[in-house]
Design a protein around this ligand. Structure first.
Ligand code: FVH
Length: 295
């Protein structure tokens, strides 16, 4: 596929996407509903189209990034004829249902469609380790992977267009859970007391290295979840629970309160009460899944 690309939508993210394509040497055509947002991009070599229909005919690949899926459909529907036989990559935030409905609409109009999510804010666009997650036909992804790599690290999750949206939400849970634990720890080591008054910067240098071990746990526990068997090994739930008591006590001593220790102790306590004290931490997924745990 030629390296030409069209970007529809020049909000902060859309403009960042177009800028990254230009920086990577792609002939880039841009359009925005409200004129006047393309000046800087045109100065960098972008072509500004007078309409969305004109914009999409300029390239085999159109990347759309608008405020909502309704907005995306407002723009794509009138250009369906011009889009037939071309590829649309939708980086607008929305629900898994939005993604499937738009993919179905595209299929009816002979438009190749990939749904995607951007796992960064605009300043991160164009850096190689920034994740962009995609769902849709492998062949369609492969055909535009090179162009999409101008934005960051494009990852194909599978053929279901709903995959990126649900991963986006799940990864946000991982981010907020991790950041909450990081803040809790920074408050603990930063508080007065033996070994205290440590700066967040110094603590984070250590925490960053600890994340390697945390990743090792996640990788070890994933097959437990998929197999439905949770061998406790050398760190079963009852040891987790004992260690959590230390965390709770430290928070009481140093006046640190995030609610995280209590949340963890509650979940682990339910696992132990259900007779799973010798199982791995992964057993707790059964208390998190719909229904809140086995009978
Ligand atoms: N900004 C960020 O950090 C996040 C990071 C994660 C992904 N999001 C999603 O990216 C989509 C675009 O976000 P944005 O930051 O570029 O700006 P928004 O204000 O969300 O979108 C503004 C553009 O949408 C156009 N627009 C809105 N309604 C319509 C419509 N009915 N028809 C045509 N275009 C429409 C708007 O045009 P205008 O108001 O300038 O005429 C802008 O181009 C978004 O889904 C984020 O969740 C970004």
């Amino acid at each position: 596929m030629s390296a030409d690309v069209t970007v529809l939508g020049l909000g902060p993210m859309g403009a960042a996407l177009a800028g990254a394509f230009l920086a990577a040497g792609h002939r880039t055509t841009v359009w925005n509903r409200t004129p006047g947002k393309a000046g800087a991009l045109v100065a960098e070599g972008a072509a500004e189209a007078a309409s969305a229909g004109q914009a999409v005919t300029a390239s085999p690949l159109t990347v759309i990034c608008l405020a909502t899926y309704d907005a995306a459909r407002d723009v794509l529907a009138p250009a369906a004829g011009e889009l037939a036989g071309r590829t649309v990559v939708n980086l607008t935030s929305g629900s898994p249902d939005h993604a499937r409905q738009t993919a179905a609409w595209a299929g009816l109009h002979g438009i190749r469609y990939l749904d995607g999510v951007i796992m960064t804010t605009p300043p991160g666009i164009g850096t190689p380790d920034v994740l962009l997650l995609f769902g849709g036909p492998q062949a369609d992804f492969d055909a535009c992977r090179e162009t999409l790599s101008a934005l960051g690290d494009p990852v194909h999750l599978g053929t279901d267009p709903a995959l990126p949206s649900v991963h986006d939400t799940a990864l946000l849970a991982l981010m907020w859970g991790t950041l909450t634990g990081w803040l809790h720890g920074a408050a603990l080591v930063g508080a007065d007391g033996p070994g205290g008054n440590v700066t967040a910067t110094a603590y984070t240098a250590v925490a960053d290295r600890w994340m390697t071990t945390v990743r090792t746990f996640m990788t070890a526990y994933a097959p437990h979840i998929d197999a439905g068997r949770y061998p406790g090994g050398d760190f079963p739930l009852r040891l987790h629970h004992m260690t959590m008591d230390i965390l709770t006590h430290a928070g009481e001593l140093r006046g640190v309160s995030s609610g995280l220790p209590e949340l963890c102790q509650g979940l682990v306590g339910r696992g132990i009460e259900a007779g799973h004290g010798d199982d791995s931490f992964a057993r707790l997924i059964e208390f998190i899944r719909k229904g809140g745990g086995p009978a």
